[in-house]
Structures are given as C-alpha cells and as structure tokens.
Design a protein around this ligand. Structure first.
Ligand code: 26Q
Length: 838
C-alpha cells in the first residue's frame, strides 16, 4: 500500500478552520478576480472565455468544499447505512450551472458576472462535457446521484475516470467521423485526487491453496500483475440543502513493484510497455451501448472498478469495526448498474474469504444480502457473456469462485426441480459448449437480493421471458423501478424561462416535489397563461435556431413556426430512426405531388451517435444526411419541410434542444426499449410524444391520457405474434404511399452519385426476418403524424396538450425513482446535514 508514503504531518485545527465564504454578489466578484488574476494569470486583454469560466468554477467549488466536508463527517460520525452505486458510466455533462443552481446562487452570480461585463452563458458553454457514458444508462447514473444528494441519502457513486470520454462526432460528406474526446487535457477543476485512498488490483497469475495454523484452508492468488487504482472525487451537491455527496472515479496507474521485477530482469522496454498496459485500463470509454463481446480490456475495466470500489468499502469497514463482519450487510448495499460491474459479486466473496478468513457460508450470506442488480435491456444478444478461458487467465481466483457459486446454485435448482436436466442447463451460470461462457446476468441474479427492470413493461417482460426460470425460483427478488430524470438539470436549469413561469404560477416546491406540477393543469384552460407558455416555447425554438446557425450549414432552413419534431438518442435499428426517415420521405413526396396544402410546416431534427463498429447504424446516419440534402435544397420544400441531422448529440446539446421541442419521437419496436429517458426530458419541457407502447412511453401515456399522446404501432404481443409470418413485401404492395417511398429510395434518388449505397438498409426493412418490423408500423405511424399536424394547426389546442404534458410529468422525476429504490431496496435513513455557514 502506498498510503503510508503519503502521510503528512497533521495540520492544526486553526489551519483547517476557514472564514465563512460569502454568498453575496461582491463576494463572487472578489473571488473571481482573485482566481482570474492571481491563479490563472490573466488580464483584461484575454479574449478566451475559458479562463473566466475556470476562475468562476473555482469560486463556486470553494463554496462546495465546506459542505462536502461536513456531509462526509456527518455520515462518518453517524455510522449510517450506505449505498454504493457501481457503474461503468457516469454521463455527468457540465457541472458549473448545476452547482450554481443547487447552491441557490444562479441569479447572484449571473449579476456578478454581468457587472464585470461577462455573459454567464458564455462561461457555462466554455465548460467541456464530462462524457463518461454512452447514453441512457450513463445519464441515469448521473441523474440518480443528483437525486440522492437532494434527498440527503448517504450514497457514493463509484466509476472509472476515463482519460477519453465518449468520442466527438463530426459529419463529413454525410458520414460519422469519430474524434477522441481528451476532456482532461486542460485539467478538471471539479475533481480532487486522493492518492492516499489508492488500492492495488490484481490481474493474471494463479492460485494456491494454503493451510493456516488452525488447519483451515484458504486460497492465495499469486504471481499476479498489479495495477494501482487511484481515486478522484467529484462533489455532488444536493438542491439547496447543505448536502454534498461524492462521485469517486478510479484511475489506473502502474505500480512501482509492477515495473521493478522487470527492471531487475533487465528488460527496460518490457517494463515501460507493461506500464502502458496498466495505465491503458482507464484510458478510454467503450463507445458501444450494446455488448461488444469478449474484449479483454473491457473485462479488465470491469474488474478494476469492482475490486477498487469493494476494497474501498471493506477497508473502511475494517478501519471502523476491525475484522468482525457481523453487521456488514446491515450497513452496506451495492446497486449494480447492469451486469457491467457484476464481477463484484465474486470479488466480495474473495475479499471476505481470502483476505479476511470468512467461511464460504458467512461470505455468501453477506454477499447475497448486499448486492442488488438493475437490468437495462431486453435484447438477448445484448446480455453480457465472458469466455471462461479469458476469465481463467485474467482473473483465476474469481473464476474458481464463480464455478463454486454455480455448483451450489445448481444444487439448489435440482432440489427445486428434481430431474429437470433441461432447466439446469438453461439456468446454469456457465453456458456449456466448446467455448464455455459465463452468463453475467445469471451471476448477478444469483448473487443479488433484488433484481429490477427500468419500466413496468420491461420488468414484466423480464419476468415472463428473459429471466422466467429465475422468477419462478425467486419471485420475491424481482421488482420494477421506472426510470426518471432530474428536474433540476432537465427543467430548472435548462429552461429558466419556463421554470420562472411555473414558479410564478404554482410556487417553487416543484423543484424538489415534481408532482406539484399537477397544479399547472387548470391553467391549460387559461388563455393568458397559454399565450405565455407558447411565447416561451417560441423563444426557445428561436434560441435553438440561433445556436444551430453558428455551425450547422443547413440551420437557415429552420423556422420557428414549423413543428420542431425531435428524435435524439443513440442510433440503433430497434429505435427505428429509419421509420422517421420513411415518414420524412413520405412528406416530401406528398408535398411534391399535391402541394403543401395538406401539411403543416415541419422541421425534423435527428441526432445521435452510432457505435463506431455498428455498420448499419452508420449507414442510417448517411441516409439521414443524404435525404436532408435533397429536401433542404429543393425550393418546393422551402418553409414547408426541413430535415437536419444534429451532429455530436450529448448532454449539453440536449439542454439546448429540449426547451425548443414540440414533438418527441419515441418510436422503437414495442418490447425493445427498456425505458427511455429522453422521452421524459422532452415531456417535462412541454413536448408531446408520438410513440409506440414501449418502455416508459406506456407510463407517460397513462399519466397524460390518450388524448394528449399520439399513439401508433403494434403492441409487444402483436409483434411477437407476427414473427414467422411477417410479410413486408405484401404490406408494401398494399400501400401506395409506402410504394412511392420505397420507389424513391430504391431508385437511388438520395444517392445519385453513390450507386447501391443504401442497398443494405433497404434490404433490411424489406426482409421478412426484420426483427424490428419497421414496415409493419408504417401506415399507423403516418396516420399518427397526420393527427399531429391536425392538432398543431389548432395552436390553442396544441398548447393545452403541451401544458398537460408538463403538468403530468411529475412521476418521471428521479426523486420519485430514488425514493422507491430506497423504500424497497436500499432502506437508507435520510441524513439532514446542518451546514454551519448557512
Ligand atoms: C457492454 C459490454 C461491452 C461494451 C459495452 C457494453 C455496454 C455499454 C453500455 C452495454 C450497454 C450499455 C448501455 C445501455 C443503455 O444505455 N441502456 C438504456 O438504459 C436506459 C436507462 O435505463 C434505458 O432508458 C434505455 O431504454 C436503455 O436502452
């Protein structure tokens, strides 16, 4: 352990006690100047907003530190039960505006900067996104820890500090080009390195059985390559409550011993190379949001996270309670964000048995009462599997433990279903065959006391389908926790005009109790209120146009009077961006043939990243861009129809997009989108959903009522029923509009100089084996879009729907979600922290 090398002499209390930090305008002005001039060495000639942003962030961070320390000490002295949220992804986005909002200083600071001749928005925009996630799952983790801090729950987020986050997307000739996101290049004011809490992580080597003085046998994992896990902490402030929780991200650093052996062996180059291997572990986020099977580096990352986080918790336990682990499960709980950190189950067993001499039964009792698992997918092909051979080589001791867990589990299964060999094979954690694999979801279910899906339909389908056998064995483990989003970032901060109108109308309790928004509903009938609501939406749309105009070559085709029709999310076949494109082509064709009279002006905005290795997704991006080129350069479409692909969709982009959205596209094949969370952000900002009965759409529709939702498409049951006799060609031949659309596509109208480019895309939707059944929902989707236009024509009616959508979005706050996690799974006691300077 390096910790003893970093012991410093203990400072006197008088050094640590600081004068209270002012929260007045002039306090911020003074501190800002101090940092700008003295720390950063800039003056009035510096043109870049970067340094000003940096100086302000320092001043804001200072005001979090005292609260952070107090929260930490409060948890420590209360020795309260805690929850650790283990996630390979935390998609935090920017921190400055969120910190100002939660400290309650947004207006004061805005004014302070204004007095200095600085536009606050410029400073906010100068911050890089912390893009340490792919999409829904990563952003959910970020919204969760925001709500935990606001609800004053003792929760720590554990993740990885990737040197490179999600790639930056640029579009060149209509195609996605990825650029590495070196987000830490200019430093990160929000993090604090705590090298004194580093841990050592083992890889490779082999195991030996030893016998101790009392004759007990235990395993020794030896000859391993060791990597150091160094924690970096980021403050997570609650909303105006004095609580500041921690997000702890691990960085991989080569250990000195690690190199020493090789130096002694005399091979300098090998030693340096192995340093690089070690530090590669946290170099880059894997940019696919579906399982990319079998990559060794990914498995290293997963174990690195699990082991570092568990060692952190276990060593803290020992520091307080010694080696008596009675009560460990009462004081500690781990929530696994999908199977990505689920190796933690075997790792906790290892730490308890090998390092602390608990028996198997003692260790297992603790493990299975401490771990809880959240599933985020229904696609069987996305379930994680790791080759046994790889695990044996990289994590030999963990593989032994998994085999033992499985043996004991299968014994339990055969007690429950004697003689049912098929079931044993189906349920085994080890998938047999020439290449044995570990089924991580099964390991997670067996090792956890709670298994949850992320929306009602999803949880129900898990029980009836993917995890049916396990549900029959342990029905009590299974539960649902419908996702949410944090209303602080996704309404209060990103849409200040709408937030002010809401606060002026119903008070400001909605910020921490979103069900309060229901009080807006009567105002849907108030003409004056509607006018203000509509004006705010128009201003937001104009702002979105202005923002896009700075860079996007086709932004001039945007028009505030058109419907802003938005689909922003990762590009995936099951999310059916293609269905959206088919509708756009249909509109184009119809306007060409019959003129614009039947239609309302519409701007279709599509944004999202494709996994770099997902060829079909990349082709879909190219198609969207090609169709956009044709439509936007056709004078017949002027002020009628525009299509824009929004490059580099990310958290900070969504903060600009959702206030200006009219229509939210949630059009996945029913039964495939576990929940969706973009749907919730858009709804909260007054967009109306056009959607299938999938994921949380179902619950959104339940909340707003059918008349405030544009429903279309087959149900999950109908989709499954249709498989085997799906006949897209038959459907095309029966539908003239669809025929025209397919004809345009197949004739090469959108790829005149790139013959055959879209053949694979076209073939995929024409195939009777198309798992996403895009063609099956075409007619129903077109009809729903017609209803959208009819509704939009009546602006009063549309605005009512918009208000009702926002008013009924209360359920989709992560405050509600986290309260349910806490009530059913975590069972933490809220810890109000008294902030002494408040
Ligand atoms: C796994 C192994 C190797 C490499 C990458 C991965 C990997 C990474 C990210 C697999 C999956 C993900 C992300 C999944 C995800 O974001 N799922 C979404 O989770 C949301 C939050 O619950 C839901 O709202 C979405 O419906 C779901 O698609």
């Amino acid at each position: 352990m390096p910790s003893n090398k970093f012991v410093i002499s203990k400072p006197k209390l008088s050094i640590i006690k600081l004068p209270e930090q002012g929260m007045k305008k002039n306090d911020f002005i003074d501190d800002f100047k101090q940092y700008y001039v003295h720390l950063l060495g800039r003056d009035e000639h510096c043109r870049s907003p970067y340094y000003a942003s940096e100086a302000l962030s320092q001043a804001i961070r200072d005001r979090l530190m005292e609260r952070w320390k107090e929260t930490h000490q409060h948890y420590k002295s209360n020795d309260c039960r805690r929850l650790y949220y283990l996630s390979m992804e935390f998609l935090m986005g920017r921190s400055l505006s969120n910190a100002m909002l939660n400290l309650g200083v947004t207006d004061t600071v805005t004014q302070a900067m204004y007095d200095l001749g600085i536009e606050i928005e410029e400073l906010i925009s100068a911050e890089q996104d912390a893009g340490l996630g792919n999409g829904g799952l990563g952003r959910l983790a970020a919204c969760f820890i925001d709500s935990c801090a606001t609800l004053q729950l003792p929760v720590i987020g554990y993740g990885l500090r990737y040197e490179y986050g999600m790639f930056t997307q640029t579009i060149v000739n209509g195609e996605q080009v990825e650029k590495p996101d070196h987000w830490l290049r200019f430093g990160n004011v929000w993090e604090i390195e705590r090298i004194e809490y580093s841990h050592c992580i083992k890889f490779g080597g082999h195991t030996e059985v030893h016998t101790d003085e009392e004759g007990h046998q235990y395993s020794h994992w030896i000859s391993s390559c060791n990597v150091l896990a160094v924690p970096f902490d980021t403050p997570i402030p609650g909303y105006k409550n004095g609580t500041v929780n921690s997000l702890r991200l691990w960085k991989a650093v080569a250990t000195e011993e690690f190199n020493l052996d090789e130096f002694n062996a005399g091979d300098y180059a090998e030693a340096v190379a192995s340093k690089i291997t070690a530090e590669n572990i946290t170099m880059v986020l894997y940019p696919n949001d579906a399982n990319e099977n079998g990559k060794e580096l990914r498995l290293r990352q997963q174990y690195f996270l699990a082991s570092a986080s568990l060692q952190d918790v276990v060593s803290h336990w020992i520091a307080v309670h010694g080696k008596n682990f009675n009560g460990f499960a009462d004081k500690n709980c781990f929530q696994l964000n999908d199977t990505h950190p689920s190796i933690a189950i075997a790792e906790l067993m290892r730490l308890l048995m090998d390092n602390n001499r608990l028996t198997w039964d003692e260790a297992w009792a603790i493990t299975k009462n401490t771990m809880a698992y959240t599933n985020h997918t229904l696609l069987p092909e996305a379930l994680e599997k790791w080759p046994v051979r790889l695990m044996q080589r990289l994590l030999p001791r963990l593989m032994e433990i998994i085999f033992e867990i499985n043996a004991r589990f299968l014994a339990e299964v055969s007690m429950h279903w004697p003689g049912d060999g098929e079931r044993l094979k189906r349920m085994s954690i080890i998938e047999e065959g020439p290449d044995k694999h570990v089924r991580m979801a099964y390991l997670a279910i067996v090792g956890s006391f709670s298994v949850n899906g992320v929306a009602q339909l999803h949880s129900q389908l898990l029980q009836q389908g993917l995890f049916k056998d396990f549900y029959e064995l342990w029905p009590h483990k299974f539960n649902n926790k419908t996702n949410g989003v944090t209303p602080r970032r996704w309404l209060a901060a990103c849409n200040p005009e709408l937030a002010s109108l809401i606060t002026e109308t119903i008070g400001d309790h909605w910020i921490t109790d979103l069900s309060e928004l229901k009080k807006l509903e009567p105002y849907a009938e108030d003409a004056k209120f509607r006018k203000r609501w509509r004006d705010i939406k128009q201003v937001a749309k104009q702002r979105l146009i202005d923002y896009k105009k700075r860079k996007h070559p086709m932004a001039l085709h945007l028009d505030v009077n058109a419907i802003f029709d938005v689909q922003v999310k990762r590009i995936h076949e099951y999310k059916r961006q293609l269905l959206n494109v088919l509708h756009v082509i249909y509109l184009y064709n119809d306007i060409k043939k019959h003129g614009a009279v039947h239609h309302v002006p519409r701007c279709v905005l599509i944004g999202g990243k494709a996994a770099p290795g997902y060829r079909m997704a990349k082709k879909i991006i190219k198609l969207i861009n090609n169709v956009a080129n044709v439509i936007n350069s056709d004078p017949d479409m002027a002020n009628q129809l525009a299509l824009l692909f929004l490059p580099d969709y990310r958290v900070s982009a969504m903060e600009k997009i959702c206030p200006g959205a009219d229509l939210s596209e949630q059009i996945s094949t029913a039964g495939k989108e576990a929940s969706g969370t973009g749907n919730m952000k858009l709804m909260m900002n007054g967009a109306i959903t056009i959607g299938t009965l999938d994921g949380a759409n179902i619950e959104i529709r339940e909340e707003v009522g059918d008349e405030n939702f544009f429903l279309f498409g087959l149900t999950e049951e109908q989709i499954e029923e249709r498989r085997g006799h799906y006949d897209p060609l038959g459907i095309i031949s029966q539908d003239e509009d669809l025929q025209s659309v397919m004809h345009l596509l197949e004739s090469g109208y959108f790829n005149q100089f790139e013959p055959g480019l879209f053949d694979d895309v076209i073939d995929s939707i024409k195939s009777p084996h198309d798992p996403w059944m895009t063609i099956a929902d075409f007619r129903s989707y077109i009809d729903a879009q017609q209803r959208v236009e009819d509704a939009y024509r009546d602006q009063d009616h549309w605005t009512k729907m918009s208000i009702i959508n926002c008013a009924n979005s209360g359920k989709f706050s992560t405050d509600r979600t986290i309260n349910e996690y806490n009530r059913d799974i975590w069972k933490l006691t809220p810890q109000p922290v008294k902030h002494h300077h408040q």
